[in-house]
Design a protein. Sequence first.
Length: 587
Amino acid sequence: MFSSFSLIQKFSLICLVMLLALGIALNLAINHLMEKNLIEHAQQMTAAVIQGEVLNELKLADLQKPQHGEDYQRFSQKIKHLSLGPNIERIKIWSRDSVILWADKEEMVGLRYADNHGIEEALSGNVIVELSWKGHEEQEAEVELDPEHQGKKLLELYVPISFAGSSQVDVIFEVYRNLGPLYVEFEGQQQVVWCALFSSFGLLFLALFTLVLRATRKIAAQRFDILESEARYRNLIQSAQDAILAVRSDGRIVLCNAAAERIFNCSGEQLLGRSLESLLPDSLQQSVQQVLDRLCAQISTARDFKVFQWQGVRCSGEMFPLALTFAVSGEKGNQLITAILRDETERQMMQKKALEAEKMAGVSLIASSIGHEINNAISGLYCYAQLLKDKAHEPDFVSKCAETMFSQSEQLRLHASNLLSLGKPQTPRIGPLQLNDLLQKVTDLLKTSGLLKSFTLQLQLADKLPSIAGDPHLLEQLIRNLQINAAHAMGRKGTLSVRSGQRDDGLIYFEIEDTGTGIPAEKLEQIFEPFYTSKAEGEGTGLGLYIVRQVVEQHGGELQVDSQPGDGTRFRVLFPEPFSLMKAKFS
């Protein structure tokens, strides 16, 4: 029944019982102290009054022997004149040898009570106190048997009296004081104490009840928030498209969502309590626990996480690519690992399709660009071949046609060489070369082909250059691409400058500079990307400068570009020197 009570009801009942028990105990303790203080005060006042009155009104000579007959009457008159205080019920006067010298009942005078312990103790000079109602100290037999004292609360005092000049107790006054009137007042004080205590404890109970009620309401509100937050959390977990598992540090699964059931093709009951390693191939099972232990030791907060690319195993035994993200939360020794799992099957398929599409796009771009270039060259060759056939008897016209056909053939050869370099980069065949000879040879060939015929050529080749280390075919292709690009950049007229030289640091270089349109600064990095071209469609493949940078890197050189829009462009290629160092580098 108690378990069915609400929190506030349980508290109220427990608090009420405890406060009631504490109030009763405290009240009893206070009453005991008050009663003790009442008795002590009555004892002190009565003893002091008796000692003062006796010493003032009586003489030792009056108390030498038991008082009988006329002596009893005369002494009784003296006793009546003593002001011994209120509520004195009985008086007896004892000698040192326990004989009653006088009593308010004459028949007791002369009797001796040898076993009266109160007399024996009072002879030491101390006031002896005894209470004569049930529940207190031992009672005198003659008082207990006296009907007139039955039911009264009597304070029995043994008051020792020592007269002046005496060094011992001369007589002992035994008096009985009725404490009833004092207890009437005492009971009134008890009621006040009871009221004060229960009022105080009542107010305390109300204060505690108010605090607990507020705390209970706050706890209830927090519990509602927690339940609501937990519901949102569970909805979030269950609606996630990725599988989410909560794993203990020993690898056992304690929580899973619907996506996990779908990915592993089994129910939540089959997953809960199962080890994480059982969802992975045999080759990974031995290392999973080591990975989890290492994660618990290294990762300190839930913001830290580790990602793994593993293989997963469905309940049907099918293997599939799996991406796992681990995050650890909680204190050491009580950590919980959150594992987010994603089936990579579809993504990898899409990635494969995207790569294939990208490859096809690249092939299409190459085919389109090269096709335009080859078609233009072949069309030119075809036209001039027809003209040669019709005008073979005109030597000047034949020479002009042959020159143009040679230029178109050179273009075709360059495109074919670039395609070969792109598809399968050639391994440089390093040997000693004279840079000036290569520059002169390529320039003469392009002049012969007619490509550079309309431009002003300036060759500034330094004398006595050391040999460079390089592949002649690759370097010819590099120089040809730079000069053709320069010609295309200038259009129909301009100045093409070809220079060579050696710097102070020993590096040998050549420069090809044009007076064309120049290259904007934001495009200086893009011009070396494959298939990038600023020319109109069908006028370039976008492979020339890509091949140039590739050849320079193969030779361990450096390619520099200096260009300003409208002021032309200068390409500088630096070669290391001497040939022996380059040979050692490529050997």
